[in-house]
Design a protein around this ligand. Structure first.
Ligand code: ATP
Ligand code: MG
Ligand code: MG
Ligand code: MG
Length: 465
């Protein structure tokens, strides 16, 4: 059986063993002394392994000397301590079997040089072959596992919430409509409108913008739960922090208030950062060296620092007193913009900040109303360098208040009947948050465009690959 290159390089396989590695050629260099040096990567770790192929091999001239970046190979030989600089181990090949050639080496998109991220987005099917996207992929994987572990260790159940839904959790109206209609043969009502009654679900459906409402229901039975799955927003995501399709982590905690939630968010972020630093040291070293010099330090400082907690009202006062000219001037009743969030975290507090108690009118209907009704028990966690990373709230658990809020906002209560029911049958205080997983990956890696933090970005005008 083949060994992973990671195990070979890490010294898990004893030197002197015969190993087989399989992967894709990164580079080939021929020495005058009658050797070829291949570097081969299989995705298992940051570094490729060096394979030394001697001229005595049967296929040396016919094949090995024709290998180019991107070719796939299976190499068998002795794992030996490397005399060259760099790696501790290399393979002295007894055989190099070519599995797949590159059709036209000159036009192979991933050459051993630095490509721009814009260019690599156009070859999304091949970009994981680069150092950068290999590293992003491994970090993303480690972060996702750490998230599941964090909740699992604390007794939370992972709940899979539906992707096709009838309700708009955010009430923001930026949902993609799911159509199961035969576009060539649209059913019509007598009045000539499209007859959605004949649709597959017998009603209008959308791709979910958040699993929250569904996960709340499970929270009010199973106590501590979370959902972690894809969400969709038909918003103008022509920014470096928005995608039309992104993954969201949404825990929901029973018998909890906003303070409990802020504590959970802080512990959670620190746990995930620690796990990634421990599990992906080589990938993180690469990000620090090539992408964002502070990539490692800033995670370490977030792990150490207590998060600052500040009321929204106080945050506005700080911004107003800052003497700084913002594009949008800060004012009570307006949502914080990225420029405000970054001022608070990077200039004023120089730490992650949890902003608490936002004005009622800028937040969703399900957030818990304060006694004076001017604010709701909402929070945003802001990180230096990126701004909002988590949004959360204590939920409105009181039936009468929730119904009144929905009426005030003109929401169709019938559509949310099942959600309102939860307040009719054994309601309890509960709270939850949403973390954008790609925001997190982008923050951890320092990849400044969120399109480079997900394998296949979905943005306006684009759904290739
Ligand atoms: P923003 O202010 O950045 O638009 P939001 O307040 O609209 O975010 P929420 O509804 O609070 O977002 O969603 C919870 C989290 O999901 C956010 O804190 C963010 O991390 C992430 N998120 C929201 N919208 C997107 C998006 N379009 N692409 C990627 N992540 C997103
Ligand atoms: Mg938004
Ligand atoms: Mg926001
Ligand atoms: Mg938010």
């Amino acid at each position: 059986a083949a060994s992973s290159i990671k195990h070979c390089l890490a010294g898990d396989v004893p030197a002197g063993s015969t190993v087989t590695v399989q992967g894709w050629v990164r580079t080939r260099r021929d020495s005058k002394a009658g050797f070829s040096f291949l570097t081969v990567s299989d995705g298992s770790c940051f570094d490729p392994i060096q394979v030394v192929a001697r001229a005595e091999l049967d296929n040396y001239a016919s094949e090995i000397q024709k290998l180019s970046p991107g070719c796939s190979v299976r190499c068998t030989g002795e794992l030996v301590e490397s005399r060259g600089r760099g790696q501790a181990f290399e393979i002295q090949a007894d055989s190099v079997e070519v599995m797949g050639w590159v059709e036209d080496p000159d036009t192979y998109p991933i050459q051993p040089k630095q490509h721009s991220f814009e260019f690599l987005r156009d070859v999304g099917h091949l970009r994981p072959r680069t150092n950068t996207f290999g590293a992003v992929t491994r970090v993303r994987n480690a972060a996702a596992h750490a998230i599941h572990r964090f909740f699992h260790e604390r007794g939370y159940y992972w709940i899979n919430t539906p992707i096709i839904t009838g309700s708009d959790a955010e009430g923001a109206g930026n949902m993609f409509r799911v159509s199961t209609l035969d576009m060539a043969n649209l059913p019509r009502t007598d009045a000539g409108d499209i007859d959605f009654g004949k649709d597959f679900f017998g009603r209008e459906t959308f791709l979910t913008v958040s699993g929250q409402l569904n996960v709340e229901a499970y929270c009010l039975s199973m106590s501590n739960v979370y959902t972690f799955g894809p969400t969709f927003r038909a918003e103008n995501s022509n920014t470096t922090r928005h995608l039309a399709e992104f993954w969201m982590v949404e825990p929901e905690v029973a018998f909890a208030d906003l303070d409990d939630l802020a504590n959970l968010a802080e512990t959670f972020l620190k746990y995930v950062f620690e796990a990634v630093l421990a599990e992906c040291p080589d990938d993180m070293a690469f990000f620090a060296q090539r992408i964002e010099p502070t990539a490692i330090e800033r995670l370490e400082s977030v792990i150490k620092a207590p998060f600052v907690r500040v009321d929204y009202a106080e945050a506005i006062e700080i911004l107003q007193a800052s003497g700084k000219t913002f594009e949008y001037s800060p004012e009570w009743g307006l949502d914080l913009q990225t420029e405000h969030e970054r001022y608070l975290t990077e200039v004023h507090f120089k730490a992650p900040v949890i902003v608490l108690n936002y004005p009622t009118e800028i937040k969703a209907f399900y957030m818990r109303l304060s006694d004076d009704e001017r604010t709701v028990a909402a929070m945003d966690v802001l990180a230096p360098g990126i701004g909002e990373i988590i949004g959360g709230a204590q939920r409105e658990e009181r039936l009468d208040v929730l119904e009144r809020r929905m009426d005030e906002l003109g929401l169709d209560k019938e559509g949310y009947d099942w959600y309102i029911d939860l307040r009719r049958y054994g309601t309890v205080p509960h709270a939850g948050f949403g973390l954008g997983f790609e925001r997190l990956v982008s923050y951890i890696t320092g990849m400044s465009n969120i399109r480079d933090a997900i394998p296949y970005p979905r943005v306006p005008g684009r759904a290739d690959f």
